[in-house]
Ligand binder design. Structure first.
Ligand SMILES: Cc1cc2nc3c(=O)[nH]c(=O)nc-3n(C[C@H](O)[C@H](O)[C@H](O)COP(=O)(O)OP(=O)(O)OC[C@H]3O[C@@H](n4cnc5c(N)ncnc54)[C@H](O)[C@@H]3O)c2cc1C
Length: 409
């Protein structure tokens, strides 16, 4: 187990500086254009692939960094560049983690490389869990997967929504109900390979922020996938369902609810780190502006009303980073989240990003309200952090129930 440290080692500093260079030189200059276009920035993803940032190897290296700081450091730097473009770069990783967490070695080896493609033909992947009537309440999921034993195929029907890269992805990872009696315990994840008949993109959403990241509905109409596409395999699923049925019997057959997926505890710090990146970016612009903008014959930072805002912004960003680093270290080192520290880090960092970016707009005055300055975009982008991977209310619910010793699932 690695000791908790707040100091990056030399190798991590080198990676951080390299990522920062890419964020500053490639991502940031492209941010306004792709925000306006509201399209996936394929050329930027390709650049990231060429230098090795858009690859399984890179994420695996950060993911398995025993200090736990690899992923938060990478997320902070990329999202410092621009949230929409960075999500287009790391969105595939969300689907890849779904396979890493539940797949067999063969599935990991087969599907994850296909999710990324190669630098001459980059691909993206999508993770599809949310549905129109199942957002926070994951247990209400309706997309159904039925096993066709004669053909050893699964038949999937349903509509997914809010899928990052949905419909433009090669590989889609789809969560579906295999036993409706078991609530969220009756869910399983499937690979839908590129080009599978019956999978199509529904509406593409026109969003408030992170507009360079594609978000769409995914319609599954009699989608047939081979048995080998069930993540983890049939034997493991059958054993898991048998255990869940026993447990359901013991609790009087009550349908199991899952309002607030505790299993996300370990991945939430990564979203917190994205929020820290956006918050830091807006703070830096505001600090620079406050030092140079003069009114009443002096820089506006000479006014306590402005300087104290900057002091609070920086304090909250640093506090958010510390919570994120702690939770990430705990996740990598298998520490139990006895106070829902993962949710705490996401809650605090995402609320901080919303607050800090709003203050940055205020400090830039009229300029902050225009698209000539990046804080306007950062303010719009930051609103996503309190919504996806569990809303702030759901984070509070998880933290409160954990503290109270109440079941979350
Ligand atoms: C840009 C974007 C990208 C996304 N990417 C993906 C993706 O790649 N894959 C995927 O599967 N999903 C994705 N999502 C979906 C996202 O995770 C959901 O939007 C989120 O979980 C909230 O669900 P909902 O939108 O249905 O809101 P709802 O669950 O309907 O919530 C509405 C409001 O009610 C509150 N609320 C709900 N229940 C409670 C409660 N018990 N107590 C208190 N308050 C409550 C919520 O906090 C929220 O304020 C994405 C969403 C967006 C906007």
């Amino acid at each position: 187990m690695a000791e908790f440290t707040m100091e990056l080692n030399d190798e991590q500093k080198e990676v951080r500086d390299w990522l920062h260079g890419f964020a500053a030189d490639v991502i940031r200059p492209a941010a306004a254009e792709w925000d306006e276009r509201e399209e996936t920035p394929w050329p930027v993803i390709q650049e990231a692939a060429k230098v090795g940032i858009y690859s399984l190897d890179f994420y695996a290296q950060q993911y398995f960094d025993p200090t736990g700081l690899g992923i938060p450091m990478a997320m902070e730097e990329l999202f410092w560049g621009d949230a929409g473009i960075a999500l287009s770069i790391v969105g595939t990783g969300l689907a890849a983690v779904g396979v890493l967490a539940n797949g067999t070695e063969e599935q990991i080896g087969t599907w994850i490389p296909q999710m990324y493609g190669d630098q001459n033909d980059v691909k993206v992947a999508a993770f599809c869990s949310s549905e129109p009537d199942a957002g926070s309440d994951v247990a209400s999921m309706r997309t159904r997967a039925v096993y066709d034993e004669a053909k050893d195929e699964w038949v999937i029907n349903g509509t997914k929504t809010w899928a990052t890269n949905g419909g433009i992805a090669g590989v889609h990872v789809v969560v579906a109900v295999v036993d409706p009696e078991l609530g969220s315990k009756g869910h399983a994840s499937f690979i839908v390979p590129p080009g599978t008949a019956g999978l199509s993109q529904g509406q593409k959403f026109k969003k408030h922020g992170i507009r360079a990241s594609h978000t769409a509905e995914v319609v599954l109409d009699n989608v047939r996938v081979p048995g080998s596409c069930l993540l983890g395999g049939k034997e493991k699923l059958d054993a898991r369902l048998a255990r869940a049925r026993e447990k359901a019997k013991a609790t009087g057959g009550e349908r199991m609810k899952n309002a607030a997926m505790a299993t996300f505890e370990a991945s939430r710090p990564a979203v917190g780190a994205m929020a820290v990146g956006t918050a830091r970016a807006a703070y830096e612009v505001a600090l620079d502006y406050a030092r140079t903008r003069e009114q009443f014959g002096r820089p506006i930072i000479d006014n306590q009303g402005v300087a104290f805002q900057l002091a609070d912004m920086r304090t909250q960003i640093d506090a958010a980073r510390l919570l994120v680093w702690r939770a990430s270290w705990m996740a990598v080192n298998g520490k139990p989240f006895t106070a829902a520290e993962g949710s705490m880090s996401k809650l605090f960092a995402s609320e901080t990003a919303k607050k800090v970016t709003a203050q940055a707009v205020q400090i830039l005055g009229g300029n902050g309200y225009t698209r000539d300055y990046p804080v306007e975009r950062m303010h719009r982008d930051s609103a996503i952090y309190t919504i996806f991977e569990g809303t702030s209310e759901i984070q509070r619910l998880v933290i409160a129930r954990t503290l109270a010793g109440m079941p979350i699932r």
